[in-house]
Design a protein around this ligand. Structure first.
Ligand code: PSU
Ligand code: MN
Length: 320
């Protein structure tokens, strides 16, 4: 008897509309390191053609660090774990790509749509495929003024429940970083400062907010992840990896661009899932591409660290 039949809360793998790219499936089967990458950063986070250059290069950085990259997206209603050049192009150029977080996934799958996955969406798909490490630029968080708007990214909820470590450069100060940290604390999500004592503010290395835990090596991070999940303490971990000092931006330049972008969003009444993409786009435009340059550099830096952590974690998981 198939006892799973009546348990709709229990995913049956063969019934998931998911295609794992061959090299990714092979790496996963052999217990080799794999790093997930999101596609919202491509479709809704950066302009073309920088977005596709980033998407290609970030994969090669992961390979250089001994891991297999898996860019995750939803194509024609199927979850793709690892996409080819043709689908990268689609994500980078099409205006009809949805932005899929936890809420959107069942709709875009049932309607057989194309969608880019956010941090939350990518974590869900990565976990379904058995991938534990994910590299991105910045995570979503509690928006400024959230006490009125209630705008809190679903990324934070996902970090509370899904077993994936997310390497990011912290979060942009389009968000309220203090409230974001409070939320993560309430949700029991460890925030690790990677070679830093402060939570990084994406474009700059410092936010003025201390992290509780600093770790200085991939092995140290991997040990902590391994123990967390062995204990059945479900949920993700934020590995906050500051932008390399040489690319760190002048706080005044970036802060004034952010203020301006937020003001425009308010004026135009932009809300919900459109807010973050709008702010990202305007910040790039206002800084004349300066912020984009920094954004690219920090993504590569995160990919490097994620590759190294995935490698160490795979060693621990393969130990008898
Ligand atoms: N922050 C960035 N770049 C991004 C995003 C956030 O600096 O590309 C994207 C990520 O995909 C993240 C999403 O998961 O925006 C959060 O959107 P929202 O605030 O609507 O949850
Ligand atoms: Mn939101």
């Amino acid at each position: 008897m198939n006892f799973q039949k009546h348990r709709e809360d229990f995913p049956v793998r063969s019934e998931i509309p998911m295609d794992i790219r061959e090299e990714v499936a092979e790496a996963l089967e052999k217990g080799k390191p794999v790093v997930a990458l999101e596609s919202t950063i491509i479709s809704h986070g950066m302009p073309y053609p920088e977005n596709i250059e980033m998407a290609r290069k970030v994969e090669s950085v992961i390979r250089e660090n001994g891991a297999t990259p898996a860019t995750i997206a939803i194509i024609g209603g199927r979850i793709k774990v690892g996409i080819d050049e043709k689908h990268l192009e689609l994500m980078a150029t099409s205006r009809e790509v949805e932005k899929a977080s936890r809420r959107d996934i069942p709709v875009v799958l049932s309607r057989k749509m194309n969608a880019a996955t956010t941090v939350a969406g990518t974590m869900i798909c990565a976990a379904l495929a058995g991938i534990r490490v994910f590299a991105t630029g910045g995570i979503g968080g509690v928006h400024r003024g959230a006490e009125k708007s209630f705008d809190i990214s679903a990324d934070l909820q996902e970090l509370a429940r899904t077993d994936v470590a997310v390497v990011s450069a912290g979060a942009k100060s389009i968000l309220d970083l203090e409230l974001t940290m409070e939320y993560l604390e309430t949700m029991g999500v460890p925030v690790i400062g990677y070679r830093t004592d402060q939570f990084p503010a994406f474009f700059s290395r410092e936010s003025g907010i201390d992290v509780l835990y600093r770790m200085d090596s991939p092995a140290e991070v991997a040990r902590m992840l391994h123990i967390k999940w062995k204990l059945g303490l479900h949920g993700g971990v934020v590995i906050a990896n500051p932008i390399p000092a040489e690319y760190s931006m002048d706080r005044r330049v970036i802060d004034s661009a952010i203020e301006k972008a937020i003001g425009e969003a308010e004026e135009k009444g932009i809300r919900g899932k459109n807010l973050t993409p709008f702010l990202l786009k305007r910040i790039t435009e206002i800084t004349g591409g300066l912020s984009l340059e920094a954004n690219l550099k920090l993504v590569y830096n995160n990919a490097e660290v994620a590759g190294q952590i995935a490698l160490k974690l795979s060693e621990l998981r393969n130990e008898k």
